[in-house]
Write a protein that binds this ligand. Structure first.
Ligand code: SF4
Length: 763
C-alpha cells in the first residue's frame, strides 16, 4: 500500500492559517490576485499578450472551465475571471521542465514533492522515457517514443488490453482523431474525466429528455424569473457565471441556492467590471439558501414536487402534450414522508415550502447543478427529480427556463460529442464506418472505474492519457496507483509535470504537447482548434504565443503520429493528411456527428454556432417514446453509523480540478495549507475534538482495506451537522473505487462516510 508521502508528497503546513469566511466573491482582490499570478509566471509582456486575447473572438479559449462566452458584441475587454487568469499563467509560464531537470531530480525525489510544487516547475519541453527499473526519466526522440507505444500496442493479445483516457481539455479535433485511432485499433476503452463528474447528468438527461446536455443559453439565464443553483460553487468553479447571475438579478430574477456550504459566490458578487462592484456593496445573489445535508437533495426535490402537486402548480398542457409517466411520479411524491425529509435534508418544512413557493410563482425557472448532485450513489435519481420539477412546470423549451448542468472542464462536453465515450451509440459507429471504411468495435469499453479494475486485474497493460492527471482525478488513490504500476506502459500527453508522471507503468513516456495559448503550425499552415462549451456553443480557439519548446507537438500531431506508428501500412485512415490539416478532421466530423453541417464556415463566424438541442429548440424529445419521461425514484437514504460523518471532497478557490494554483482558499478563510477538514462545531463537541486538532480521516467501507489520510487540521466550519468537507486530491484516497453512482458509475466523492481519529502523537 503506497504511503501518503508517495501519493501526496510531504506538504509543509506550517503556514496554515484560518480566518472568517468571506461574504462576497471577486472584487478588486480578484483582479489583484489574477495580475500577481500572471506577472509572476509570465512577466508583463506575455501577461498583456495573453490576457487581452483570452476568450476573445479571434483569441484562444480558456483552458479551465466550460462557462460560455457572451455574444461577441457583449464581451468585455477583459473577458476572463481570476481563475481563468491563473489557468493561463500556469500554461504560459516561463518556467521549464527540461531534460536537465529530470537528470537532477529522480522520480523518488519528485515523489516527495507536493502537487503544487510539481505544477510550479513549468512546461515540459522534450519527450521523455523512464525505462523499467530506472529512477530517472531520460530524453527520447519523437520517432523512438511513438515506436515504443506502437510496439507495446502491437504486442497486445487484444486491443481491449489498452486504455485510452481523455481529460476535458482536449480539443474537438484532437478528441475526434483520438477516438478514430482507438476504434481503428479495435477498442472502445475510452474513459474520460466526465465519467467522474457529469456522467450522472448525461445518463439522467438521456433517459428523461433524450439528450445528455443542458438546454439553456446565456440569454435564458439572463431572462429567468428564478434560478436554482444546486450543488455548485460558481464563485470558484465557474466565476464568470456570477456576471450572468448579476444580469439576471438586475432584471428581477430570484435565486435559490442549495449547498451544504454558504459559499461566498452564492451570497454576493463584487463585479470588478463595474463601479457598483468596486466601490459599492456589490450584488446580492441568493434570495433563499438551503443548507442541505450531503446527499439530502433527492429528498428535497421530491418534497418540493409533492408541494407543487398539492398546490396544482403544474403546467398541465405541457405535461399532457410532451410528457409521460406523470401519474406515477405524482402518486409517488404525494406520499412523501415529511419527517424523513426534514431528517435527511437537515432543512425545515418551512424552508422547503418557501422554495417550492418560489418555483410555483416563477414563470420561467433555470435549474443549474454541478458535482454536488452528480457524485452520490443516488445521483442519477436526484437529477431525474430535478427534471421532474422542470417538466411539471413546463420549464424546458421556453425562454428563461431549462436544465443547466454546468460543465467543469473547457471541452469535456465537446469530447463526448466527438465520440469520447466507452458506450458509443450505434448510429455514431455506423456513421464512422461509412465515412472511414472500417468496422469499428461494437462492444462497450471500460469507463474510468472499470479501467482501474482492469489494470488491477491485469486485463489492461497499456494506459494512454490525453491530458489530465489520472492518478489524482480518479478515486481510491492508493488502488489507482497500484493499478497504474501493474501496467507495462503508461503514456502521458501533457503540458506540465504532475504526479501521474511519477506513479507509472514499468515503462513510462511523457509526450509534451502544445497549450491553448500557443501557435500550432502544421504542413498546411497555422491551425485553429474548436471547442464546445456548457451551453453547446462550438467556437474556434487560436493560440499566438511561440511554443514553450521547439520539441512540442500538438495533441492532434501526437495522436495522428501514434496512429501512423501503430497501424502502419494497415491503416485505412490517411493519418498523415489529418495531422497536416485539421480542416480534414472537421470535414470528417461534419459527416459523422449530427449538427456540424457546414462546420468550417460556421465555426469561422464570430462566436461560432450553437448545436441543435431538440427539447430546447422545439420541445421535441428524442426518447424512445418521443415524450419526456417523469421518473418515480425510491428515496434511498445514506445510512451513516454513529460517530461518523459524511465527507464531501471539494476544490479550494486556488485550484482547478487536480491543478493546485496556490494555497489560498480565500473565500473560506483558509490560507497557507491544504490538509484541513471542515467540521461543524456540534460534531466536534460530540467527538471531543476542537478546532486546530490534528486528526486522521478514516473512510468506512466494507472491503477490509484501511483508507486513511493522516495529519489533517480540524477547522470549525459552518457545514450541516453530520457532514464535513476537505480538499481533493488529498482526500481522494478515501473514496472507495467500489462506491459509485448507480447507472453512471461516477465515484461518490460528495458522500464518503468517514470517522475522525486523533492523529498519532497528537494531544
Ligand atoms: S469562468 Fe471559467 S472559462 Fe471563464 S475565464 Fe473563468 S475559468 Fe475560464
Amino acid at each position: 500500500m503506497e504511503t501518503d508521502e508517495t501519493l501526496l508528497g510531504s506538504p509543509d503546513e506550517s503556514g496554515l492559517s484560518v480566518e472568517q469566511p468571506h461574504d462576497h466573491a471577486a472584487g478588486v482582490t480578484a483582479v489583484k490576485v489574477a495580475m500577481q499570478r500572471a506577472l509572476k509566471e509570465m512577466g508583463p509582456v506575455r501577461t498583456a499578450r495573453t490576457l487581452v486575447r483570452l476568450n476573445q473572438v479571434d483569441g484562444f479559449d480558456c483552458m479551465s472551465c466550460a462557462w460560455p462566452d457572451p455574444d461577441p458584441e457583449h464581451r468585455h475587454r477583459a473577458e476572463f475571471c481570476e481563475n481563468g487568469a491563473k489557468a493561463v499563467a500556469e500554461e504560459a509560464t516561463k518556467a521549464r521542465v527540461t531534460p536537465e531537470f529530470f537528470a537532477e531530480h529522480s522520480v523518488s525525489d519528485l515523489l516527495r514533492q507536493t502537487d503544487h510544487w510539481l505544477g510550479k516547475q513549468g512546461r515540459l519541453t522534450h519527450p521523455m522515457v523512464k525505462w523499467p527499473g530506472a529512477d530517472h526519466y531520460e530524453p527520447i526522440s519523437w520517432d523512438d517514443g511513438l515506436r515504443v507505444v506502437a510496439e507495446h500496442l502491437q504486442q497486445l493479445g487484444s486491443p481491449d488490453e489498452a486504455v485510452f483516457y481523455t481529460s476535458g481539455r482536449a480539443s474537438n479535433e484532437a478528441a475526434f482523431a483520438y477516438q478514430l485511432f482507438v476504434r481503428e485499433l479495435g477498442t472502445n476503452n475510452l474513459p474520460d474525466c466526465s465519467n467522474m463528474c457529469h456522467e450522472s447528468s448525461g445518463v439522467a438527461l438521456i433517459d428523461t429528455i433524450g439528450i445528455g446536455k443542458g438546454s439553456v443559453s446565456l440569454e435564458d439565464l439572463y431572462r429567468a424569473d428564478l434560478i436554482v443553483l444546486a450543488g455548485q460553487n460558481p464563485g470558484t468553479n465557474h466565476p464568470r457565471m456570477l456576471s450572468a447571475l448579476e444580469t439576471a438579478k438586475k432584471r428581477g430574477a430570484r435565486i435559490i441556492s442549495i449547498n451544504p456550504l454558504r459559499e461566498a459566490g452564492l451570497v454576493n458578487f463584487h463585479n470588478p467590471q463595474n463601479a457598483h462592484g468596486v466601490l459599492g456593496r456589490g450584488t446580492d445573489l441568493t434570495d433563499l439558501h438551503l443548507q442541505v445535508r450531503l446527499n439530502g437533495d433527492l429528498a428535497l426535490f421530491q418534497a418540493i414536487g409533492a408541494l407543487l402537486v398539492e398546490w396544482d402548480a403544474l403546467d398541465h398542457d405541457f405535461v399532457a402534450r410532451c410528457t409521460e409517466g406523470f401519474e406515477a411520479w405524482r402518486d409517488h411524491v404525494a406520499g412523501v414522508d415529511w419527517q424523513r425529509v426534514v431528517e435527511v435534508t437537515g432543512l425545515s418544512r418551512d424552508q422547503i415550502t418557501q422554495a417550492a413557493r418560489m418555483i410555483a410563482d416563477s414563470d420561467a425557472t433555470v435549474y443549474c447543478w454541478a458535482m454536488g448532485l452528480t457524485q452520490h450513489r443516488n445521483a442519477v435519481a436526484t437529477i431525474k427529480e430535478v427534471v421532474n420539477l422542470a417538466l411539471a412546470r413546463g420549464d424546458i423549451g421556453k425562454p428563461g427556463a431549462g436544465l443547466c448542468p454546468v460543465r467543469g472542464h473547457s471541452n469535456v462536453q465537446g469530447d463526448r460529442t466527438m465520440g469520447i465515450w466507452e458506450k458509443p451509440p450505434a448510429a455514431f459507429l455506423d456513421a464512422l464506418a461509412a465515412e472511414y471504411g472500417f468496422e469499428p468495435p461494437r462492444h462497450h469499453g471500460y469507463d474510468t472505474v472499470e479501467s482501474i479494475y482492469a489494470m488491477l486485474e491485469g486485463k489492461a497493460s497499456v494506459f494512454v492519457a490525453l491530458g489530465g492527471n489520472f492518478l489524482h482525478a480518479a478515486p481510491d488513490t492508493a488502488l489507482t496507483a497500484e493499478a497504474l504500476q501493474r501496467t507495462a506502459l503508461t503514456v502521458q500527453i501533457s503540458t506540465k509535470l504532475n504526479r501521474s508522471h511519477l506513479i507509472t507503468g514499468r515503462t513510462a513516456l511523457i509526450l509534451p504537447t502544445l497549450g491553448r495559448t500557443e501557435r500550432d503550425d502544421r504542413a498546411s499552415g497555422p491551425q485553429f482548434i474548436t471547442v464546445e462549451d456548457s451551453m453547446s456553443v462550438v467556437h474556434a480557439s487560436r493560440g499566438r504565443l511561440d511554443p514553450a519548446s521547439e520539441h512540442l507537438r500538438s495533441e492532434v500531431a501526437i495522436v495522428t503520429g501514434l496512429a501512423e506508428a501503430t497501424l502502419g501500412r494497415d491503416a485505412v485512415v490517411d493519418w498523415g493528411a489529418l495531422g497536416a490539416d485539421y480542416s480534414l478532421i472537421r470535414a470528417g466530423i461534419e459527416r459523422v456527428v449530427p449538427g456540424f453541417e457546414d462546420y468550417e464556415r460556421r465555426v469561422s463566424r464570430r462566436g461560432g454556432f450553437v448545436l441543435p438541442h431538440p427539447p430546447r429548440d422545439s420541445r421535441t424529445f428524442t426518447t424512445g417514446t418521443g415524450k419526456a419521461h417523469f421518473t418515480a425514484s425510491p428515496l434511498e437514504i445514506l445510512e451513516v453509523p454513529a460517530g461518523h460523518l459524511v465527507l464531501q471532497t471539494l476544490r479550494s478557490h486556488d485550484q482547478f480540478n487536480t491543478t493546485v494554483y496556490g494555497l489560498s482558499d480565500r473565500y473560506r478563510g483558509i490560507e497557507g495549507g491544504r490538509l484541513v477538514v471542515m467540521v461543524n462545531r456540534r460534531d466536534l463537541q460530540a467527538m471531543g475534538l476542537r478546532a486546530d486538532d490534528l486528526v486522521d480521516i478514516v473512510a468506512c467501507w466494507d472491503d477490509g482495506r484501511d483508507r486513511r489520510v493522516q495529519g489533517f487540521r480540524v477547522v470549525e466550519y459552518d457545514t450541516p451537522v453530520g457532514t464535513a468537507a476537505a480538499y481533493y486530491p488529498e482526500t481522494n484516497p478515501l473514496v472507495p473505487l467500489g462506491s459509485a453512482a448507480e447507472g453512471s458509475n461516477t465515484p461518490t466523492s460528495k458522500s464518503v462516510i468517514v470517522r475522525l481519529e486523533p492523529a498519532a502523537g497528537a494531544r
